[in-house]
Design a protein around this ligand. Structure first.
Ligand SMILES: C[S@@+](CC[C@H](N)C(=O)[O-])C[C@H]1O[C@@H](n2cnc3c(N)ncnc32)[C@H](O)[C@@H]1O
Length: 254
């Protein structure tokens, strides 16, 4: 009903419109047999930035339940290949060229498993995409830092796995460290954009970093320092908060 969209729209009505929008993508995903409403985010990102092309090899970090993998498969077609990894198990796909493994992508042993699956001699992919979300603690600072940590790992993996001129996409929870992260990505890619696709809920803090044309520059140790060391006690928020302070100190010294 159009009159709900007028300037005088109240808070409750706005919520109603948002709710309906949410349902729109949810329902559409169900109708079109996509495994997640997130599928539409990748579709919209690809339409705008042309990240994935037919025949390419795609690596999806944090892929469950597999909505992005379905979209990637539709774009790469029979001649391409899609590999996904997630902490959660992913229901097998009906295509031979779409494979998901269960595991933590921050662990080297799992990266070796991915390498074994890449169908070329050089063991490199054309595109790395990541919609991975950290465990949400509810502490804004901690969740933002965890997200930055995860996308920094994803970036490092991209520099190790991508062919030269390959593309990278990563979701990040917006916050004060995003600018630093974008600058870091710029060290390794020719073009970097930050965007929010229409299918992403307005009230969600997520944004997507789009990086095009990997320069081939090797990952630098000093960039590794910015990552929060993976600790056994990952859920210790106090420890994480301390690490965040250390990261900020490093930032202010620059
Ligand atoms: C929003 S979901 C991804 C949805 C997916 N793009 C789709 O369309 O179906 C985020 C995923 O990231 C995964 N994840 C977070 N950290 C991870 C890690 N270190 N290793 C592997 N998966 C991870 C979570 O298990 C979760 O399934």
């Amino acid at each position: 009903m159009i009159h709900y969209l007028g300037e005088t729209m109240g808070r409750k009505d706005k919520r109603w419109v948002l709710q309906r929008k949410r349902d729109f993508y949810y329902k559409l995903a169900k109708k079109l047999k996509y495994r997640s409403r997130a599928s539409f985010k990748l579709m919209q990102l690809n339409e705008k930035f042309n990240i994935i092309k037919p025949g390419k090899i795609v690596l999806d970090l944090g892929c469950a339940p597999g909505g992005w993998m379905q979209v990637a498969r539709e774009i790469v077609g029979d001649k391409g290949f899609v590999i996904g990894i997630d902490l959660q198990p992913v229901k097998p796909f009906e295509y031979d060229n779409v494979v998901a493994i269960k595991g933590d992508f921050t662990l080297e042993e799992n990266l070796n498993k991915i390498r074994e699956l890449i169908p070329n001699e050089e063991k490199k992919v054309d595109v790395v995409i990541s919609d991975a979300s950290p465990n949400i603690s509810g502490y804004w600072d901690v969740d933002h830092a965890r997200s930055i940590d995860l996308v920094t790992t994803a970036l490092q993996i991209a520099t190790e796995m991508l062919k030269e001129r390959g593309n990278f996409v990563a979701k990040v929870f917006y916050g004060d460290m995003v600018d630093d992260y974008v600058n870091l990505v710029k060290k390794y890619f020719e073009k970097v954009y930050i965007t929010k696709p229409q299918a992403s809920r307005k009230e969600s803090a997520e944004v997507y970093v789009i990086a095009k044309r990997y320069t081939g520059k090797k990952w630098e140790e000093e960039d590794r320092i910015k990552r929060i060391e993976k600790s056994e006690n990952e859920d210790n928020n106090e420890l994480l908060a301390k690490k965040i302070k250390e990261m900020r100190k490093l930032k202010s010294k620059k």
